[in-house]
Design a protein around this ligand. Structure first.
Ligand code: NAD
Length: 334
């Protein structure tokens, strides 16, 4: 087969270390020449991370899925405080609030992630208004720098660390058939899967987890949202479901559905994971049970219009009903 593709790599600086966040952040603030830093964080660790910079203002108004009212208040604070740099310290919800400010103000972001969600490496923003989540992509929201510090995810409760890691795995797996999949983002996705499965199997190996989470997000940003992300996005918005847990539960079922249509990709995924996904889940104690969807028929109807036309196999409403029913039923998952 002859390759023909157009690949975009987003430009971003990454600083990675262990116990290095405060120094790396101070170096970045100096490099960018920032004088008035607005810190966005509701995490306890923010004080330690920002200990070596001057903080002009602190926004703790972080909520899941970035409600538009929170975004408006944070944008007003950015203006009032005369901020010239945004520093986010937290998971995807925190990075998301910084992105909402950057979207309208154009202020640069330095992101300091404390989960494996990966929002820090994408140019995708999301806002929720009246229980409806809108997303878009805009290069203004891509953080200029990501400061990774493996000590910052140490405080994640074990279940959340696993779910967040599986959320990152979902970025990798979905990248194998997403609308802009190509050999470059597939290479990133496969190495991401190797690192994440190693990290998940070795609790405490946060270096592999963060490295994998970054690769996962870069692959996802390049490949776009495939079937898995479309399903989770619609379900999350419609039923206000927890992000990482929903991704964790849905992923094995999308892989079981799409895998047979892309046997080569499925084999590469299995090789990278060091075995089957369900076996990995069972080994590390990840839950593959979907909770919080009251009506799978309604959910299937809501998801169907979002299914990417490029999905490797056709998806009908009945397929989605079966997939979601299997996701709700643990025995259907194995
Ligand atoms: P989150 O940011 O909501 O964090 C989940 C919970 O973990 C929160 O209660 C938070 O306070 C807590 N937490 C975070 N770090 C912690 C730590 N180190 N120790 C202890 N507790 C900690 O959830 P998330 O899964 O990181 O992010 C989900 C959000 O990110 C969703 O809104 C999702 O849509 C968005 N997201 C966006 C993109 C993108 O490209 N735009 C990518 C991935 C996720």
């Amino acid at each position: 087969m002859t390759w023909q593709f157009e690949h975009v790599t987003l430009g971003q600086r990454v600083r990675f270390g262990t116990g290095t966040a405060a120094d790396d952040l101070a170096a970045e603030v100096a490099r960018l020449g920032a004088r008035r830093v607005l810190v966005i964080s509701a995490e306890a660790v923010a004080a330690e991370v920002t200990a070596k910079i001057d903080v002009a203002a602190l926004c703790t108004d972080v909520a899941p899925h970035v409600p538009v009212e929170n975004a408006e208040r944070a944008r007003a604070l950015a203006v009032e405080s005369g901020a010239d740099l945004l520093v986010s310290v937290g998971g995807g919800s925190t990075t998301g609030l910084a992105k909402a400010i950057a979207l309208t103000t154009g202020l640069p972001i330095v992101a300091v992630p404390t989960t494996y969600a990966g929002s820090e490496a994408t140019n995708v923003w999301g806002l929720t208004e009246a229980a409806r989540k809108t997303t878009g992509s805009d290069d203004r929201v891509l953080p200029v720098t990501v400061v990774y510090d493996t000590t910052l995810t140490a405080s994640l409760p074990r279940d959340l660390a696993i779910a967040s890691g599986c959320n990152a795995l979902a970025h990798c797996v979905d990248s194998m058939w997403a609308p802009r999949t190509d050999p470059i983002n597939q290479a990133l996705a496969l190495e991401g899967m190797r690192a994440l499965s190693r990290g998940l199997r070795t609790p405490g190996d946060r270096e592999q987890m963060l490295y994998g989470a970054y690769l996962a997000a870069v692959a996802f940003a390049s490949a776009g949202s495939g079937l898995h992300h479309k399903i989770c996005h619609v379900l999350g918005g419609a039923y206000n479901l927890p992000h990482a847990e929903t991704h964790t539960a849905v992923l094995p079922h999308v892989l079981a559905f799409n895998g047979p249509a892309v046997p080569e990709a499925a084999a590469r995924i299995e090789e990278a994971l060091g075995g089957g996904l369900i076996d990995l889940y069972d080994e590390v104690g990840a839950s593959h049970v979907l909770r919080g969807v009251p009506d799978v028929r309604e959910a299937a109807r809501l998801v169907l219009p979002s299914v990417p036309p490029s999905n490797p196999r056709e998806v009908t409403e009945d397929d989605l009903i079966s997939l979601l029913t299997a996701a709700q039923n643990p025995s259907g998952a194995s």
